[in-house]
Design a protein around this ligand. Structure first.
Ligand code: ZN
Ligand code: ZN
Length: 398
């Protein structure tokens, strides 16, 4: 799916900013294969194919999108090509696309003023070539063969900070996805649960994510009873029973932008099947931790401080050893991207950062709970995209 909500001016701005950063990285070009970086720069949500598709962004001059002839029609429709921001170059089945990329690099580097190597840089004739992080090894090896003098690095060194700051259209796509996930999770949890397997409920999650507006479902953790103590539980044949928690961690994509929500419900059944005081206490600590982490979000605050703020609440209640993962991850065109909300990440949050806040408490063999929202760093504090209730919701499940 393409990102039709992002106007051409955004791509022009992104391409320009990425290009402008290349000299500071002693790099002569960005070489971007299929994936989130390509989509972010051009709007082209291409399929990963054994035939090379590559966006070549030289440190100056126009950028070119090299595509196999077969993909011409799809590539022509992406916003950056459609708006004339980049050139489209097709290659035929009998041509070597890597030689084509090498020629483009040579052309842009034939200008003496950008022969970085000649200026004393360590990169050699072509300067550094920054390839997209998930470029297949088979492509990278063939690129290395055709430009043997170049040193290769990762495009994320230039693009990650740019992508981590969401513009207003991106925030609205994330918000639309978050609200669709809110509705999906609420509908699943308030329906019949008892007597169904986790796998069956997971199938309903996939349907509801799409029915509520996602282009596709991305993941569907359904963890009942003791399985809720396993953060990445794979939904299986366990049958949901009354008097136990049910953890749902689900997400989908709208125009490539992800939702990611976790809520933990208590399935009570028709009689009075809990929750136990012990579980209520655990959940209360968790909810306070999640709220404290969220409230700590504002520009200038180091990412790790958000982790510390929530973690301290859990530690003070004696559950420190039961919170076994980082607090959160960035989200955008990838489900996990910068900034990571984790000890050791000293980078200060900036307006437009979008990330999850998802502390959990897990009592192995018994039960667990996690609460996850997607939060955007606003000018004066957190903008929480999810709106589904965060308190412990007791559902009948019948
Ligand atoms: Zn999640
Ligand atoms: Zn998450």
């Amino acid at each position: 799916m393409s990102t039709r909500s992002i106007p051409a001016a955004r791509y022009e701005d992104r391409l320009g900013r990425a290009q402008a950063l290349l000299p500071a990285h002693d790099a002569s070009a960005l070489l971007i294969g299929v994936g989130a970086e390509l989509q972010w720069l051009t709007g082209y949500a291409a399929h990963a194919l054994p035939r090379l598709t590559m966006l070549v962004i030289p440190s100056r001059d126009r950028s070119s999108l090299v595509v196999p002839r077969l993909e011409l029609a799809a590539a022509r429709e992406c916003t950056a090509v459609h708006a004339g921001l980049i050139d489209l170059i097709t290659w035929e089945e009998t041509e070597d696309p890597f030689e084509l990329v090498a020629r483009l690099l040579d052309e842009s580097n034939s200008r003496p003023e950008i022969q970085l190597g000649a200026l004393g840089g360590a990169w050699g004739r072509l300067g550094g070539l920054l390839v997209s992080d998930r470029l297949w090894a088979t492509f990278l090896l063939r690129l290395q063969a055709v430009v043997p003098d170049a040193a290769f690095g990762l495009a994320s060194t230039v693009l990650s900070d740019l992508r981590a700051i969401k513009d207003s259209e991106e925030v609205e796509l994330l918000r639309t996805a978050a609200h669709a996930a809110d509705r999906a999770i609420t509908r699943v949890a308030t329906g019949r649960l008892i007597g169904r397997t986790e796998a069956d409920i997971a199938a309903e999650v996939r349907e509801r994510l799409v029915a509520e507006g996602h282009d596709e479902a991305a993941f569907w953790i359904v963890a009942s009873g003791p399985n809720s103590a396993s953060p990445h539980h794979e939904p299986g044949e366990r049958v949901v029973q009354s008097g136990q928690p049910l953890l749902l961690d689900i997400g989908g994509r709208i125009e490539g932008y992800g939702s990611d929500i976790t809520r933990t419900f208590w399935v009570a059944g028709d009689g009075y099947g809990g929750p136990t005081d012990e579980y209520r206490h655990l959940y209360d600590v968790l909810q306070r931790a999640q709220a404290t982490g969220t409230q700590s979000v504002k520009p200038g605050v180091p990412a790790e401080d958000v982790d510390t703020a929530g973690r301290r609440v859990i530690e003070d209640a004696g559950f420190g050893p039961n919170f076994i993962h980082r607090t959160g991850h960035g989200i955008g065109l990838e489900g996990h991207e910068d900034p990571y909300i984790v000890a050791g990440n000293e980078r200060a949050l900036v307006v437009g950062n979008a990330f999850s806040i998802e502390p959990g408490i897990y009592i192995d063999g018994r039960y667990g709970a996690r609460i996850e929202d997607i939060v955007v760093c606003g000018p004066s504090g957190p903008d929480t995209l999810n709106e589904a209730p965060r308190e412990l919701v007791v559902v009948r499940g019948t």
